[in-house]
Design a protein around this ligand. Structure first.
Ligand code: CA
Length: 243
C-alpha cells in the first residue's frame, strides 16, 4: 500500500482522482493549496504526489521547484496535473522536476497507468512486484521471504517492520540510506521516532536473515547509514556486525 498526496484545488477533480486511487488500493491525502501540501509532506513523506499546476497562492511549479531543492523531497515521485496544453508549459513542468505530466481532462485508466510507470521508476517499494537480490526473494503479495540454500528453500520469518525495511532496501539496493531517510521511507515519519529505532530493527532484520545465511547483505556504512548489497564486505568502511 502506498500513500499518494493529491494537491488539487478543484474539488470535483480531487474527489474523482482520490476515489480512483483508493479503488486501486492506494492510501490518499487530498489538499487544496501549496501550504497544506507542504504541511502534509512535512508530516509524512508520500510515495507519490499528484500536483496541480494552477493553485491559489503558490503555484504547483513553484512548489515542485522547492521540493526538488530540498534533500528530503528531492526524490519524491511527482506527476503534474494541468489544464494547459501548450508545449512550453509542459517543458516548464518537467524542468521544475516533475517525473511525468498529465493534461486535464484525463481518463482514470491513463492516470493509473502513469502512476504505475512513475512508481516503477521512482518508488518500486510501493508496488506489489516481487524482488530478488543475491538469491533472496521477497514477495509483497504473499508477504513471503525465502532463499534457496543448498538446493532447498528456506522460508524466513520477519516482523512487519523488518519486512517493510527489507522491502525498501531490496528495491533500492547498493545505495546508502541514512537513518533519517529510512524513518521517512519505511516508518513514514522522520520527526517523532528516534533514529536508534532504525538500529534496533536492522539488528532484528539481520537475525531474521541469518537462517538463510544472508545477514551480511545488510551493511552498516560508518557515519552514513545502511545499505543492502549483493556483494557484501568490499570496503574498509563497511562493517557487518556493527550497530
Ligand atoms: Ca487548479
Amino acid at each position: 500500500m502506498s500513500l499518494v498526496l493529491v494537491v488539487e484545488d478543484e474539488p470535483a477533480i480531487a474527489e474523482l482522482v482520490a476515489l480512483q486511487l483508493r479503488h486501486s488500493g492506494h492510501e490518499v491525502t487530498c489538499v487544496a493549496d501549496a501550504e497544506a501540501a507542504q504541511a502534509a509532506v512535512a508530516a509524512r513523506l508520500p510515495d507519490l504526489v499528484l500536483l496541480d499546476w494552477m493553485l491559489p497562492g503558490q503555484s504547483g511549479v513553484q512548489l515542485a521547484r522547492r521540493w526538488r531543492a530540498d534533500a528530503r523531497t528531492r526524490e519524491l515521485p511527482l506527476i503534474m496535473l494541468t489544464a494547459r496544453v501548450e508545449e512550453g508549459d509542459k517543458v516548464a513542468g518537467l524542468d521544475a522536476g516533475a517525473d511525468d505530466y498529465l493534461t486535464k481532462p484525463f481518463s482514470p485508466r491513463e492516470l493509473m497507468a502513469r502512476i504505475r510507470s512513475v512508481l516503477r521508476r521512482r518508488a518500486p517499494q510501493a508496488l506489489e512486484a516481487a524482488v530478488e537480490v543475491a538469491g533472496l526473494r521477497l514477495d509483497p503479495a504473499t508477504r513471503r521471504v525465502r532463499r534457496d540454500l543448498h538446493g532447498s528453500p528456506v522460508e524466513l520469518k520477519l516482523g512487519p517492520t523488518e519486512f517493510r525495511l527489507l522491502h525498501f532496501l531490496m528495491t533500492h539496493p547498493e545505495r546508502v540510506h541514512s537513518r533519517a531517510q529510512l524513518l521517512d521511507r519505511v516508518w513514514g515519519d522522520h520527526v517523532f521516532i528516534e533514529e536508534r529505532t532504525v538500529d534496533v530493527h536492522v539488528k532484528r532484520l539481520r537475525e531474521a536473515l541469518a537462517p538463510a545465511q544472508c545477514a551480511g547483505l545488510v551493511e552498516t556504512v560508518r557515519g552514513a547509514g545502511y545499505r543492502l548489497t549483493a556483494n557484501p564486505a568490499l570496503g574498509p568502511a563497511t562493517q557487518h556486525a556493527a550497530t
